[in-house]
Design a protein around this ligand. Structure first.
Ligand SMILES: [Zn+2]
Length: 447
């Protein structure tokens, strides 16, 4: 019995890709009624070793930059004997590929089917080129049926940018091709994507799934009240997938309450594609080990850290022909542990700890803004829009009231005390009622 058939499969002419062999691997899994999510560790690692070696052989043959780096690191042939040896492969730094369209390209430019680029908040963009087979064949080989419950009975509203970056189109393909789910391409922030029309469409087509950023999920909920659309009645979601900005567990729970449905995190990037997904236990991200091999390194020394230690996340993509990422330093912080999750998934569990450059120095310690957000969102009278402002080591929290009769002063005192109790930090609190809403990436931290 097959566990899942794709709604539609694409065949691409004249494929002689290094990834063809993995079609057979996944076909056999299908025939055994299994997914990679439940494979025993040794079988999964064997797959990952083969996929890493296939990728190394591909980049060695097709790409001068990768080849030179491997040779300079002492590789005489593009292979490793076990996964730990991946640490001998040189890492890929963002600044090396920023603004460079060809450095990592591993196919004839005529083979490129889609180009994406990062939003480039700092410096020049990073260009990522995909072949059609990357996006419509190989990317869809691994299935994660424990993690994704969507089916052709669902209607998925995608409120993510469709321009430049990967998220909108990436989810669109996933829902349509892998699950057969109807898609409402709401977009986010573009002039064709007004909030009232987006909500109206979700209501008309009875959307059951919403994929968006944490701040936009908050904005949609808030705006629905203005437009007289009742969440839980007019729009009854089963699931929200959050991606793009990251947020704290408490923020996620606030959205669960407001939208009256399960809310889960999805971690991915335009450069690396899918990386991790939260299961219904919400104890971290299961690494999508069919697509990526993750390592955690000490950002200063570059050494691989042991299980459970927090450091920089390094990603190697396993199913890419156009522009594979080999040991790509993401700049994101996290730690990785073997799974003993009750959901039964054997894929490693990743805890995200925010981005390196976003840490807030308070007193002796660095704090992730998400940690501060988490404690702030534990206070039910605090709204979902806030600012954290750091000035000469002093934190000022600007917050809004949420459905409360507390006075500004009472709420400010409550926040101050709560922060002192939870993280031992004295902070200033300003209660505002005019924190700007945004259609773009919410800026909450000012330093
Ligand atoms: Zn789990």
């Amino acid at each position: 019995m097959k566990v899942q058939t794709h709604k539609m499969t694409v065949s691409i002419d004249d494929q002689s890709s290094h990834l063809e062999a993995f079609k057979e691997f996944y076909k056999q899994l299908d025939e055994q009624g299994k997914t990679i999510e439940v494979l025993p560790r040794n079988e999964k690692e064997e797959y990952q070793l083969q996929a890493v070696n296939a990728t190394l052989a591909h980049v060695w043959k097709q790409n001068q930059y990768y080849r030179q780096r491997l040779e300079a690191a002492g590789f005489e042939e593009p292979r490793i004997d076990h996964l730990e040896q991946l640490s001998k492969v040189p890492m890929l730094e963002k600044n090396v590929i920023r603004g460079d369209k060809e450095k990592l390209l591993c196919v004839d430019p005529k083979e490129i089917g889609q180009v994406h680029l990062t939003s480039g908040t700092s410096g020049k963009p990073i260009y990522t080129a995909y072949t059609l087979a990357d996006q419509y064949v190989y990317d869809l080989l691994p299935k994660y049926l424990e993690l994704f419950k969507e089916s052709e009975n669902d209607v998925a509203a995608i409120a993510l940018p469709y321009e430049f970056a990967l998220p909108g189109l990436g989810f669109q393909r996933l829902f349509q091709f892998a699950f057969g789910t109807a898609v409402l391409s709401l977009g986010k922030g573009g002039y064709m994507a007004p909030v009232d029309k987006s909500l109206e469409l979700m209501k008309e087509y009875q959307a059951t799934v919403l994929t968006t950023t944490p701040s936009y999920a908050a904005l949609l909920a808030e705006e629905s009240e203005k437009f007289g659309i009742k969440i839980g009645e007019d729009i009854q979601l089963k699931k929200i997938w959050l991606t793009g900005e990251g947020c704290s567990p408490a923020f996620r729970e606030r959205l669960e309450k407001w939208w009256d449905c399960e809310v889960s995190f999805f971690y991915g990037s335009t450069e690396c594609g899918v990386i991790g997904v939260e299961c219904s236990k919400h104890k971290g991200y299961h690494v999508m080990e069919g697509h990526v091999k993750l390592e955690i390194i000490d950002p200063d020394s570059g050494q691989v850290l042991p299980s459970g230690k927090t450091g920089e996340i390094v990603v190697t993509t396993l199913l890419r022909e156009g522009m594979p990422m080999v040991r790509y330093r993401t700049g994101d912080l996290g730690n990785l542990k073997e799974s003993n999750c009750e959901c039964g998934t054997t894929m490693d569990v990743l805890q995200l700890r925010g981005r390196m450059e976003h840490m807030l120095r308070l007193g002796e310690h660095d704090y992730s803004p998400f940690l501060i957000e988490h404690f702030l969102m534990e206070i039910p009278e605090v709204g979902l829009w806030y600012h954290l402002k750091l000035n000469q080591g002093v934190l000022t929290i600007e917050a809004e009231k949420f459905r409360t009769t507390l006075s500004d002063e009472q709420l400010a005192t409550k926040i101050k005390q709560h922060m002192l109790d939870r993280i031992g930090v004295e902070c200033n609190v300003v209660i505002r009622d005019d924190i700007p809403r945004t259609f773009g990436k919410a800026q909450r931290v000012f330093t």
